[in-house]
Design a protein around this ligand. Structure first.
Ligand SMILES: Cc1cc2nc3c(=O)[nH]c(=O)nc-3n(C[C@H](O)[C@H](O)[C@H](O)COP(=O)(O)OP(=O)(O)OC[C@H]3O[C@@H](n4cnc5c(N)ncnc54)[C@H](O)[C@@H]3O)c2cc1C
Length: 379
C-alpha cells in the first residue's frame, strides 16, 4: 500500500513499538488473564497516539485519518482485540472534542491524551441492538442534574479503571421519532449506583465487555454532552469514525493471519511437498490476500476522503464490512491451512479466530452496514 514517505516512517515507528511492547506472548498472556495492560495504554499516551485525532487547541496533534488507520492497522498486528481500546478512545475523544463544552474538554481530554482516562460507549441494551431508537435506559432531570435508571449490555472496556462512559439515555418520548428523545450523558464508571459486571464472551478478552446496571445514578447538569435530545445526531457522525478505525484494526489482524498461514504452508510438508505447493492451499491463500487487500484499499480510500472532509458514510461502512468479513474469512481459512495445530492454543490463529468472529456482529453488523450503504445508494 503506497500512502507516502511520511506515513511510511510513521508506520515503521508503530511497527517497532509493537515488536517491543505488544509481542505475541504478551498478547496471549493478557488474553488468557482477561486483563488490560494499563502501563501499555499510558505508553500509547506518551507516544501521542491518544491525542492524534484531537485538535491542536485542546493539546492534540491533529493527525490525519490516514495516520489513524495506519496506527489501528499496526497496533492490531498481534490481535485486534487490544486495538479496541485505541479506536474507542480515538473516536469518542474526537466526539468529546467536537461536542463537549470547555469544562468537559478540560476535565477529560488532557487525561485521555496522557493515557490516564479510558472512554467507553453504552448504547446497546437487552432489547435494543441494531435499532438504537429502542433505547429505554431513562434519564430524568432533578434539581441539579440527571437521574439515570436502566440497563446496558456489551459495553466495551467500561470496567477499566478511570473510565468515562458516554451513556445514551432516553430523556423524552417522541412518539413520531423515537431517535429524537435520546440524550448522551457523561458518567464516570465509579459513580455511586452504577454496577458493572463483566460478560463472558467467546473472545476479545483483553478489552472486555460489560453489562451495566443504573440504579438511580445521579450525575450533575454538566454531564450533558451537546444538547438534550441530540444523541442520534452526535452518534451518527461519530459511528462513521468508529467504523473506519476499527476497519484498520481488522485489516492488520487479517494480514497477520495470512502471514502465519503462508509461512506454515511453506514449512509444512505432506506427501513429499510443502502444502503450499498444492493448488487447493495456494488458491485459498490467494483468496485471503485478495479480500484483505480489497479491505485495506477501501479503508485508506475512506480515510483519504475524511482527510479532505469529503462525506464518506458509504465508504466507511464498506471498509468496515469488507475488513470484518476479510478477518472472519482469513482466520477461518487460516485455521484450515494450519490443520490440527491451528486448533491448539499454542497458535495465535485460534485466538484471532475467536476474536475475529465478533467483528461482523459488533460496531453495526454486516447486515446493518449493507443497509447503510443501500440507503446511501438511494435504496
Ligand atoms: C464484543 C462486543 C462488544 C460490543 N461493544 C459495544 C459497546 O462498546 N457499546 C455498545 O453500545 N454496544 C456494543 N456492542 C453491541 C453491538 O453493537 C451489538 O451487538 C450490535 O449492535 C447488534 O445488536 P444485537 O447484538 O442486539 O443484535 P440484533 O440487533 O438483535 O440483531 C440480530 C441479527 O439480526 C440482524 N438484523 C437486525 N436488524 C436488521 C435489519 N434491519 N436488516 C437486516 N438484518 C438485521 C443483525 O444483523 C443480526 O445478525 C458490542 C457487542 C459485542 C458482541
Amino acid at each position: 500500500m503506497i500512502v507516502g514517505a511520511e506515513e511510511d516512517l510513521f508506520r515503521d515507528s508503530v511497527r517497532k513499538f509493537v515488536e517491543r511492547e505488544m509481542r505475541p506472548e504478551l498478547m496471549r498472556k493478557w488474553a488468557r488473564a482477561g486483563e488490560f495492560p494499563e502501563p501499555l495504554y499510558r505508553k500509547w499516551g506518551e507516544m501521542g497516539w491518544l491525542g492524534i485525532g484531537l485538535p491542536e487547541d485542546v493539546g492534540g496533534s491533529a493527525g490525519n485519518p490516514v495516520q489513524m488507520v495506519i496506527l489501528a492497522e499496526e497496533l492490531a498486528r498481534n490481535g485486534f482485540d487490544i486495538t479496541g481500546a485505541y479506536s474507542t478512545a480515538l473516536f469518542l475523544g474526537m466526539t468529546l472534542a467536537k461536542h463537549g463544552d470547555e469544562a468537559q474538554q478540560s476535565a477529560y481530554l488532557p487525561r485521555l491524551m496522557e493515557g490516564r482516562l479510558h472512554l467507553s460507549t453504552a448504547i446497546t441494551e437487552p432489547n435494543t441492538g441494531s435499532d438504537i431508537s429502542g433505547v429505554r435506559c431513562k434519564a430524568v432531570r432533578d434539581d441539579d442534574g440527571w437521574v439515570i435508571s436502566g440497563e446496558k449490555v456489551f459495553c466495551s472496556g467500561a470496567h477499566l479503571p478511570d473510565t468515562l462512559i458516554l451513556v445514551t439515555t432516553r430523556t423524552s418520548t417522541h412518539a413520531d421519532n423515537l431517535r429524537k428523545g435520546l440524550t448522551i450523558l457523561l458518567v464516570p464508571n465509579d459513580t455511586p449506583g452504577l454496577r458493572i459486571s463483566r460478560m463472558d464472551t467467546v473472545g476479545r478478552k483483553i478489552f472486555g465487555t460489560n453489562q451495566l446496571y443504573f440504579d438511580n445514578v445521579h450525575v450533575p447538569a454538566g454531564a450533558l454532552l451537546g444538547t438534550e435530545g441530540e444523541a442520534w445526531k452526535i452518534l451518527s457522525g461519530s459511528l462513521d469514525l468508529e467504523r473506519l478505525f476499527i476497519a484498520g484494526g481488522y485489516v492488520g489482524n487479517a494480514q497477520s493471519a495470512l502471514d502465519l498461514a503462508v509461512q506454515y504452508a511453506k514449512d509444512r510438508v505432506q506427501f513429499g511437498k510443502p502444502i503450499g505447493k498444492y493448488q487447493a492451499v495456494s488458491h485459498a491463500l490467494v483468496d485471503m490476500r485478495m479480500r484483505i487487500d480489497a479491505a485495506r484499499h477501501l479503508s485508506y480510500h475512506a480515510a483519504e476522503l475524511l482527510k479532505h472532509r469529503v462525506p464518506c458514510r458509504a465508504e466507511a461502512s464498506m471498509a468496515k464490512l469488507a475488513a470484518s468479513e476479510a478477518l472472519v474469512h482469513a482466520t477461518n481459512q487460516g485455521m484450515q491451512i494450519l490443520g490440527g495445530y491451528g486448533y491448539t492454543t499454542e497458535m495465535d490463529m485460534e485466538r484471532w479466530f475467536r476474536d475475529g468472529r465478533v467483528t461482523t456482529l459488533m460496531g453495526g453488523s454486516s447486515e446493518i452496514q449493507r443497509n447503510i450503504i443501500a440507503h446511501e445508494m438511494g435504496l
